[in-house]
Structures are given as C-alpha cells and as structure tokens.
Design a protein around this ligand. Structure first.
Ligand code: PLP
Length: 371
C-alpha cells in the first residue's frame, strides 16, 4: 500500500450552522460567558435529554466536578466509580477531597457490574458514578435500586453517551444528575465544553451558583460559598447549539459505521469480540471497541502499531484506574475484568467521515495484523 490518506480515530463534523452562529458572536461582540447561545443551548440540551435543567460549563471534567460539589460530596466521602473509565471520572472525586472506590466491570458491556456495588458500600459512601462507556448505557435499574436502599446519589458520567437510551429513556435523566463532555472527539462538540443535566430545581440552582464563582444571584459580588469559574463562552455555546441541531445526523453516521464494522468483522470472530448491545439498551457508538480473544497488552500494542504503519489510527481501551500512579496507594483491586478488557481492548476509528472504503481498509489491515 502506498500513500493512502491517514484514517484518524476521531474527527469532528461541523456541517450545520456553526459558522453562522459563531459569526454572530463575533459581529455582535458577545464572545464571553453572556449571550443568547448559552441559554438557547441549555434549553435545547435539556429538551433533548428529557430533563428540566441543563447547565453548560467549560468542559466535561468541570461538569463532573460541579455535579459532585452540588450534590455535597466532600472530604471523607467515598464515591463508587468503575475501575475501567477515563481518568476524569476518578479525578473529579479526588478534587472534592473524597475517595474514588473502584468497582470491576461486566466484560460484555465494559460498564460497571451492578452486582458488585453492594460490597463496596461503607458508612462513608455518598454517591455512585456509573459511566456509560463508549456509548453503551449502564444497567441503571439495579444501580438505582442499590442507591435507593443506601440513600446514595447517582451521578451519570454520560460524557461518551449523548443520545443513548436505557429502556427507552435518554442518558442524562437516569440519575440525580449527569455530566456530558463536548470535547473535540465526542459525539457533538464545542471544541471544549460540558453540560450537567438534572430534573432537580435546587440542584440546578446550586450547579449555577458553583459554576459562576459562587456569586449569589440577587446580590452582586457577594459569595456565600467558594465557587469556580467553570462558565461556557457564548462562542462555544454557538458551536454546541449548531452541533445539537444536527445530532440525529451524527448518530446515524455512527450507526452506519458500527453496522459496517459488524458486517466486515464476521470472518474475524475467532480473533476478536465486537461490541455487544444488551436487550435493554439502545447505545450510541462513540468508539467502536473490539476485544481481542487472547494475548496480553503487548500483543494488542503490536496490532495497533501494525495498523498505525498502514496509516490507521486506533486507541487502546483506558487503563484501569487502580493501576495509575495516583491511585496505586492505598491499593485497590485486583479488578480482573478491568485489567483484561483494558489489555485486550482496541478502539477502531469511529466518526462520520469514514467511507465504506475506509472501513474496508481498517478491517483488511486488522486481518493482516491478526495474521
Ligand atoms: C471525555 C470524558 C470526560 C471528560 O471530558 P472533558 O471534556 O475532556 O473534560 C469524562 N468522562 C469520560 C468517560 C470521558 O470520556
């Protein structure tokens, strides 16, 4: 193969009114964190998720942090977080002075295994953070049942799962609140951006309070709490709104890509396991993720390097949190499923610009690498 163009693992598509809306921000001067697009985006996002409130902020990590702060998570508390997730899930718990308590995952969905939750609960447990990894929703009914039994809050990390349905209900409305990311590689993007959703009026008010430096809404420069500057700009909201207007197109593109991989990977089924869809789930395909049927992380890395040599970018599944230096002591684990799924997992290129020829190329290169 000569000079074929490189296939990136992710690529944003900005084919709606992004430029028009951003131009309006520039022409009117409303480029900072006041302006019509912020409220318009928040309303549209809340409507999309089927919840009363959406609070926009400057990234998905600050969205998670705001959610935890607004729920009252603080020093001495514990929050149950899957071992297999992106580091922001655990770090935001740490930012609060609380401790992330890790739990292993179901190997099929890669999501936290609700059957393991009860054993992790202590008198200090304050909340559970289910993460809808790579776009497949967590089995939320048992998570909510455990939370209700122990009086715990539920914060969805829905950063990778905008639009996914659990038993017909959208992510964002499946717990006390939910955090989304609008980073450049996410399903819809504003470059950097985030959103917290909730049905709870008081929680929404606290989210807005902490997002805006803690300033009391009816008293300027009066700060009853220590807040943060986590505001979204009108420019980012302009892009986010234009992206949200096209979300059904973005999701359909990803369904096409996932179906294209599913069909092409059938002959490789003895070498790899494609993503599963549980009967109660209508997932979105943020990252099409395959599990190698054998070998270790070194073999997985060699396969990824072989694809890279053919101009195909892939990503390893996240390393489990308990193996990262900040979370090695006090030791948690082992978490056998998280360790195995991480070592054998690969995210294939997943975005709306992929053509059938691109999918052919990825799968042919994968077949050669598996050799
Ligand atoms: C992307 C992501 C985040 C953080 O979002 P940023 O916008 O990058 O700060 C949090 N959790 C998960 C699971 C993510 O994938």
């Amino acid at each position: 193969m000569t000079q074929a163009t490189r296939i990136p693992v992710a690529s944003p598509v900005l084919d709606g009114r992004e430029l028009e809306y951003v131009t309006e921000c520039v022409e009117t001067g409303w480029i900072s964190s006041i302006g019509r697009f912020i409220g318009a985006f928040e309303q549209a996002f809340a409507d999309y998720c089927g919840v009363k409130h959406a609070v926009a902020c400057n990234n998905g990590t600050t969205a998670l942090h705001l959610a935890l702060v607004a729920l009252g998570v603080g020093p001495g508390d514990e929050v149950i977080v899957p071992a297999l997730t992106y580091v922001a899930s655990a770090n935001t718990v740490t930012y609060c002075g609380a401790r992330p308590v890790f739990v292993d995952n179901d190997p099929a969905t890669l999501n936290l295994d609700p059957a393991l939750l009860e054993a992790k609960i202590t008198p200090r447990t304050k909340a559970i953070m289910p993460v809808h990894l790579y776009g497949h929703p967590v089995d939320m009914d048992p998570v909510r049942a455990v939370a209700a039994r122990h009086g715990l809050k539920v914060v969805e990390d829905a950063a990778e799962a905008v639009g996914a349905l659990y038993k017909g209900r959208r992510t964002g409305g499946l717990g006390d609140c939910a955090a989304f990311s609008l980073f450049g590689n996410k399903i819809i993007t504003s470059g950097e951006g985030g959103v917290v959703t909730t049905d709870d009026d008081d929680l929404a008010a606290r989210l807005r309070l902490y997002r805006g430096q803690g300033m009391q809404p009816d008293r300027r420069y009066w700060f009853p709490v220590i807040g943060y500057n986590y505001r979204m700009t009108n420019v980012a909201a302009a892009i986010a709104l234009a992206q949200l207007e096209r979300i059904e197109v973005r999701l359909a593109e990803r369904r096409r890509v996932a179906a294209g991989y599913d069909a092409r990977l059938v002959p490789l089924r003895q070498h790899l396991i494609p993503p599963v869809t549980e009967p109660w789930a209508d997932p979105v395909c943020w990252m099409y993720t395959v599990q190698l049927t054998d070998g270790d992380a070194a073999r997985r890395d060699r396969i990824m390097a072989a694809l890279e040599a053919e101009g195909i970018e892939t990503r390893p599944v996240f390393p489990p949190m308990h193996l990262l230096p900040p979370y090695q002591a006090p030791a948690q684990g082992p978490f056998p499923q998280a360790e195995l799924c991480s070592a054998r997992g690969v995210n294939l290129p997943t975005h709306g610009r992929l053509t059938d020829e691109d999918l052919d190329r990825v799968v042919a290169a994968l077949a050669r690498a598996l050799g």
